[in-house]
Design a protein around this ligand. Structure first.
Ligand code: ADE
Ligand code: ZN
Length: 348
């Protein structure tokens, strides 16, 4: 059965605009932005034994049966990323891909719970600092990193917070995130480190309302007091939550291909984005783990265009990313000026 979102066509003019427009991405994982062939290369380089014998079989594993299968593949990919050079290489490939799509600024998650046993922390921080500098010089792209705690390993939370604080002092980490297995690991388990992170001035985020329903989003709001929600699409199941999100204008980082590929949104239904936007919820468009879901940021906008979102609505979602970012007011103004210049050129 073909997915409903693949059934419609859009004008070439709209597709071209979506490709060309400058963009900001607020929800993308560095490890998940590394494609299957690169992971395979890293496995050979670091002498990690893959679960299958050939690259084609490894690529075939990216057709995820469910969220747990996705986490298994993601977990193996992370085991292959072992040295500072690996991260330099991954950041370079990530930047080249973002530049190709006219992405101008990214807030990038790092799966810190799983990285910290492989690396001396100072080495990771040094490599990422260099990556930020390189992004600016070679691609004119700004990057900031947000290490996250893997929910399924709550015992790593203090170590991750220490790591975040180290990079925060140096200006490369801007916040603390929470990812991984939502089922069985509620936000409450992490209240202590979120309280401390807030005291230290970090921005606070969490994936919620992806594989668990509205109660997980309520938990992220009430127990962790997050500023933005990763996904949050299952908020559409709770009218009171929709009302709350609209009233507070709490941003959601929506990643539609991820939702379809992981079964969060049924393939034969339109994405929850329509219900969220119509309820007045503040949404942004993002790609999550792009090559793992055969997508990129442009394709996420194209998907919504194919589901009937107008140019004006898509442009508004693109503007929303500036507002929801953790940039300073001055930096936001500079991006708004750039967006305005593009808009004036195409919307005559
Ligand atoms: N880590 C990487 N991608 C994720 C997702 N979609 N949900 C939770 N954790 C993740
Ligand atoms: Zn994510």
């Amino acid at each position: 059965m073909s997915a409903i979102y693949e059934n419609t066509t859009i004008s070439i003019e709209l597709a071209d605009r979506l490709r060309a427009m400058p963009k900001i991405e607020l929800h993308v994982h560095l490890e998940g932005a590394t494609d299957a062939a690169t992971v395979w290369e890293l496995a050979q380089r670091n002498k990690v034994t893959p679960p299958v014998a050939r690259l084609e079989e490894w690529q075939a594993m990216y057709a995820f049966r469910d969220f747990n299968h996705f986490l298994d593949v993601y977990g193996f990919a992370m085991q292959c990323m072992q040295t500072a050079d690996d991260f330099t290489f991954m950041v370079e490939r990530f930047l080249a891909e973002q530049a190709r799509q006219n992405v101008r600024y990214c807030e990038v998650f790092l799966s810190a719970s799983f990285m910290l046993d492989n690396f001396p922390q100072d080495e990771v921080i040094a490599v990422l600092t260099e990556g930020i500098k390189h992004g600016k010089e070679k691609y004119d792209i700004e990057l900031r990193f947000i290490p996250d705690i893997g929910r399924q390993v709550p015992e790593t939370r203090h170590k991750v917070l220490d790591f975040v604080l180290k990079g925060f002092e140096k200006g490369i980490f801007i916040g603390l995130g929470l990812g991984g297995m939502e089922v069985g690991f509620p936000p409450k388990l992490f209240t202590d480190v979120y309280d401390e992170a807030r005291r230290q001035g970090l921005h606070l985020l969490a994936h919620a309302g992806e594989t668990v329903g509205p109660e997980s989003v309520w938990g992220a709001i009430n127990d962790l007091k997050v500023e933005r929600i990763g996904h949050g699409v299952r908020s559409a199941e709770d009218p009171k939550l929709l009302e709350y999100l609209a009233e507070t204008q709490t941003p959601l980082e929506v990643c539609p291909h991820s939702n379809y590929r992981l079964g969060v949104t049924p393939l034969d239904e339109p994405h929850q984005m329509r219900a969220l936007v119509d309820a007045g919820v503040f949404c942004t468009v993002n790609s999550d783990d792009p090559p793992m879901f055969s997508t990129d940021l442009t394709s996420e906008y194209l998907l919504f265009a194919k589901q009937g979102f107008s140019w004006d609505e898509l442009w508004q979602l693109n503007l929303n990313a500036i507002k929801a970012s953790f940039l300073t007011d001055e930096e936001k103004e500079a991006y708004r000026a750039e967006w305005k210049e593009f808009y004036a050129k195409v919307d005559k």
